[in-house]
Design a protein around this ligand. Structure first.
Ligand SMILES: Nc1ncnc2c1ncn2[C@@H]1O[C@H](COP(=O)(O)OP(=O)(O)OP(=O)(O)O)[C@@H](O)[C@H]1O
Ligand SMILES: [Mg+2]
Length: 262
C-alpha cells in the first residue's frame, strides 16, 4: 500500500471513552500524517464525533494516550490545542450572520493574527484589511468573491459552509478537522464544497467525518471505518469498502463464511 509516510500529526493509542456502560470509543489506535486527506465514516452512533472530541480535547479519554506532532496532549485543554494548530469547524461555525462575508473573514484573520481585545479594533480598522492578500486569496479559493459584501444571513447553506471552512483555514491550522461538513447540503453544494477543499490538497492536513461513504469516496485518500466505537477498517477507500467486517457492519451485507466475496 502506498499510503502517506509524512510526519505524524495526530496519534492515538488505545483511546477509550465511556458514557456510563456505553463504550463510545473503544481502544482506538489511529495515526494522521501531514497533508493527508483522510476520512472517518461509520453509521450513527459509531463514535466518530466522540473520537473528534477526544482528539480536539473537548473531553479527556478514560484510557489511552493522544499525541500531537510527537508531543503527548492527552490532558491538554481544547483552547490550547487550537493554539497549537488544531482547528475544528464547529468551534468556528460562529459566523456573524449580520456581518458581511468579508467582515467575517477579516474577523477570523484578526483572531488568528492578533491577540488582545480585537473586536473594537476590528470595527475601526476593518476597511484596511479588505485588500489583505490572505483575505483576497481566501475569497478566491472558496469562490466567495461575488458574495464578499453580502450579509451572511442571506447566503445559501452551501455558501455558508464554504465560508466556515474558509474562516477556519485563515487561521492557518496545522490540521483541520471537519465534522460532517456536507450535512444538509444539496448535491451541487456538496460538489462545490469538495471542489474548494480539493484546492487545499497537499497543503493542508484534513480529517473529515462523514456519515455516507458515497459522498466522499472519490475525494478521500484514506478511509477509517468505525463501528460500535471500534476501528474496523483503515486504508485506501476501495480496500476498506471490500473488507468483510465493513460489509457486515456498515453495509449490512452478509459475507460468505470462508471470507471470499463471490
Ligand atoms: N455526551 C454524551 N453522553 C452520553 N452518551 C453519548 C454522549 N455523546 C455520545 N454519546 C453516545 O456515544 C455513542 C457514539 O456517539 P457519537 O456521537 O460519537 O457517534 P457518531 O458516530 O458521531 O454518530 P452520528 O453519525 O450520528 O453523528 C452513541 O451511542 C451516543 O449516543
Ligand atoms: Mg457525529
Amino acid at each position: 500500500m502506498s499510503l502517506n509516510t509524512g510526519a505524524e500529526i495526530i496519534r492515538t493509542e488505545n483511546v477509550t471513552k465511556r458514557f456510563g456502560e456505553l463504550v463510545a470509543v473503544d481502544h482506538v489506535n489511529y495515526v494522521l500524517r501531514e497533508n493527508e486527506v483522510a476520512g472517518i465514516v461509520g453509521s450513527n452512533g459509531a463514535g466518530k464525533t466522540t473520537f473528534f472530541n477526544l482528539i480536539t480535547g473537548y473531553y479527556p479519554p478514560d484510557e489511552g494516550t493522544i499525541f500531537y506532532r510527537g508531543e503527548e496532549i492527552t490532558r491538554v485543554p481544547a483552547e490550547k490545542r487550537v493554539e497549537m494548530g488544531m482547528m475544528r469547524t464547529f468551534q468556528l461555525t460562529s459566523t456573524f450572520d449580520n456581518l458581511t462575508v468579508i467582515d467575517n473573514l477579516i474577523l477570523s484573520f484578526f483572531r488568528a493574527h492578533r491577540s488582545a481585545s480585537l473586536f473594537p479594533l476590528f470595527l475601526t480598522t476593518r476597511r484596511r484589511y479588505r485588500g489583505e492578500e490572505k483575505i483576497v486569496k481566501t475569497l478566491e479559493t472558496f469562490e466567495l468573491q461575488n458574495e464578499a459584501d453580502r450579509q451572511v444571513k442571506h447566503l445559501s447553506l452551501g455558501e455558508k459552509r464554504r465560508l466556515e471552512i474558509a474562516m477556519a483555514i485563515l487561521a492557518e491550522p496545522k490540521v483541520l478537522l471537519l465534522d460532517e461538513p456536507l450535512a444538509g447540503l444539496a448535491e451541487s453544494e456538496i460538489k462545490e464544497v469538495l471542489e474548494v477543499l480539493s484546492k487545499r490538497i497537499g497543503k493542508q492536513t484534513l480529517l473529515i467525518v462523514e456519515h455516507k461513504i458515497s459522498k466522499v469516496e472519490d475525494f478521500l485518500e484514506r478511509l477509517t471505518v468505525m463501528h460500535d466505537g471500534r476501528v474496523i477498517a483503515d486504508g485506501k477507500c476501495e480496500e476498506c469498502l471490500r473488507a468483510p467486517e465493513v460489509r457486515r457492519s456498515y453495509w449490512q451485507i452478509e459475507t460468505p463464511a470462508d471470507g471470499t466475496d463471490g
